[in-house]
Design a protein around this ligand. Structure first.
Ligand SMILES: Nc1ncnc2c1ncn2[C@@H]1O[C@H](COP(=O)(O)OP(=O)(O)OP(=O)(O)O)[C@@H](O)[C@H]1O
Ligand SMILES: [Mg+2]
Length: 333
């Protein structure tokens, strides 16, 4: 049987488990996480602070802080190649060329003492074997494509001469300049105002689709997921609690945690901003996780068994969720 145009995942993460050695003992920051991303597709990872979003991206990139952080189980396949067993030298070659990342703090990623030109061309010369002239030409072209006006002049600016939105555009241009197979963008627009955020994300998505890059977009903002992603993974306390195509997720979230996140999005009704419902209760400590569902302590749908047993991941159509008593109700409060 021949398969025609069967999309294959650029990235396949399977049963990823990451642990940290801490003074409180060994903690598992990412637990049995699986997902895949296809070429040209954007997968969003969403969840509250501390749920393991950045640790997941650092694990994929091979950048976990050593020696405290370690992948203890699972597999990360980039185009069929196992990354968790690659020697550091080979991983370094892949980063920037095939794997690219935009970090949570943009100012720490751009070097303040070098011009944009110098930083962008260094990457292109190293990974694409371009001459200095070709690299500059390519860098200017990339800056234009992410919406930087007069890129032939702005390229000689230093990071502090650019606004926050311009700096993020530079980061995106730089990250995509070598046409990586996979781009991980960790909260790339959190520091920006809402209008600039929307523009920067739009430009990133347009360029990514043109180049066919697979993207993982990490955010705590479901609005960003709705605007930019094809699929979303919802994480809670290091685990995937739900995954679905974005349209399905917003139509009917199945995990009560996802429903809670959606109810926390501000809505304006009858010219008044509604009081925001919050998810009551505390996220459990990773060093002392409960035996059952990690969300049970805060869950409005809790049953007795939720406290004792971890709900397995259940599939319903294209949607997956880890819940014994899934949400069926509306998400409007
Ligand atoms: N270097 C480290 N040593 C020990 N524990 C760590 C380390 N880095 C992260 N962790 C733990 O891993 C967990 C997940 O952290 P992570 O940075 O992935 O959260 P996040 O989802 O990215 O949150 P945020 O939205 O705040 O960026 C946290 O509970 C944190 O305590
Ligand atoms: Mg983070």
């Amino acid at each position: 049987m021949t398969r025609i145009n069967q999309p294959h995942p650029v990235l396949r993460v399977d049963n990823l488990c990451v642990e940290f050695a801490t003074t409180a003992g060994q903690i598992r920051a990412v637990d049995q996480l699986s997902f895949s991303v296809e070429a040209g597709q954007t997968l969003g990872i969403v969840g509250e602070s501390g749920c393991g979003k950045s640790v997941t991206s650092l694990a994929i990139m091979g950048l976990l802080p050593k020696p405290a952080g370690r992948i203890v189980d699972g597999s990360v396949l980039l185009d069929g190649q196992e990354l968790t067993r690659l020697p550091e030298g080979r991983l370094r070659q892949l980063r920037g060329a095939e794997l690219s990342m935009i970090f949570q703090e943009p100012m720490t990623a751009l070097n303040p003492v070098y011009s944009i030109a110098r930083q962008m061309t260094a990457v292109l010369k190293r990974h694409q074997q371009l001459s200095a002239r070709q690299a500059r030409h390519r860098a200017i072209e990339m800056l234009a494509r992410v919406g930087i006006p007069r890129p032939d002049q702005r390229i000689d600016d230093y990071p502090h001469q650019l606004s926050g939105g311009m700096r993020q555009r530079v980061m995106i241009a730089m990250a995509l300049s070598c046409q990586p197979k996979l781009l991980i963008a960790d909260e790339p627009t959190t520091a920006l105002d809402v209008t600039t955020q929307a523009q920067v994300l739009r430009q990133m998505v347009d360029l990514q689709q043109e180049l066919g890059t697979a993207v993982i977009l990490i955010t705590h903002d479901l609005g960003v997921i709705a605007e930019t992603c094809d699929q979303a993974v919802v994480m809670y306390c290091g685990s995937k609690v739900e995954q679905a195509p974005v349209a399905d997720l917003f139509l009917q979230p199945r995990h009560p945690y996802t429903a809670g996140l959606m109810q926390s999005i501000p809505r304006i009704r009858e010219h008044k901003l509604d009081r925001l419902p919050v998810i009551e209760g505390q996220v459990p400590n990773l060093a002392a996780l409960p035996p059952g569902c990690r969300f049970a302590g805060r869950c409005p749908n809790r049953e007795d068994r939720c406290v004792q047993q971890q709900p397995p991941l259940t599939e319903r159509g294209a949607q997956q969720f880890a819940c014994f008593n899934p949400w069926n109700g509306p998400v409007e409060s």
